[in-house]
Design a protein around this ligand. Structure first.
Ligand code: 5RP
Length: 220
């Protein structure tokens, strides 16, 4: 099976893990695109969605699924999103698609975070995938210098602007042994809006598409 077929398998499996009858939180990315298509098959059983990006909103609406602002709804029961890397504690690196800030907000506001991915995303130590950091544009060089002091190698994602009108630094060269500590440290640099470590609020369950069917991984 291709990586995309494995993503699709995980995405459709998520239907068995969401709480229907309410609003579903929806992430961003190629795996989530499959989930949105899957969600459309049960759209009569949900009230609508809260979306983490303009691109996901468009896909949801194209399927006739109503999209609400997070401020309009209460706590979300189920949030479904992909990841760039996951460890066995279900701490994640996210933001390859640049939607990390809204994704982190919806994850924080949700009871259950269901992460969907192909099985190549499960690794032992986070950091091989460059860690995205969303920054206010005028702070870009300053934040980059602070990250270098922490041992990272930040690369400006040129030509990319987030849905929040900010820019992204992708940080290479880190073996992230203490994800919670690094997440907090990066958050404390003035000018950082969000970083792509989802360690303080990890996923609650990880669904991995594999040749042997979808694997359900619970945190260690
Ligand atoms: C977007 C994300 C995505 O979830 C992450 O990049 C994984 O993407 P894909 O499902 O395309 O592999 O964090 O900001």
């Amino acid at each position: 099976m291709t990586a995309d077929e494995l993503k699709k398998q995980a995405a459709y499996s998520a239907l068995d893990h969401i709480t229907t009858g309410g609003i579903i939180g929806v992430g961003t990315g190629s795996t989530v695109n499959h989930f949105i298509d899957a969600l459309a098959t049960i759209k009569g059983k949900i009230d609508g969605a809260v979306s983490s990006s303009i691109v996901s909103t468009k896909r949801l609406e194209a399927h006739g699924i109503e999209v609400f602002e997070l401020n309009e709804v209460g706590t979300i029961q189920s949030y479904v999103d992909g990841a760039d890397e996951a460890n066995h504690y279900l701490q994640l690196i996210k933001g390859g698609g640049g939607a990390l800030t809204r994704e982190k907000i919806i994850a924080a506001a949700s009871e259950k975070f269901i992460c969907i991915a192909d099985e190549s995303k499960l690794i032992h130590v986070l950091g091989k995938f460059p860690l995205p950091v969303e920054v206010v544009p005028m702070s870009r060089s300053y934040v980059a210098r602070e990250i270098v002091k922490l041992g990272g190698q930040p690369i400006y994602r040129e030509g990319f602007v987030t849905d929040n009108s900010n820019v992204i630094l992708d940080v290479h060269g880190w073996d992230i042994m203490e994800p919670i500590s690094l997440e907090k440290t990066l958050n404390n640099i003035v000018g950082v809006v969000t970083n792509g470590l989802f360690a303080m609020r990890p996923a609650d369950v990880l669904l991995l598409g594999s040749e042997d069917g979808t694997k359900v991984i619970n945190p260690k």
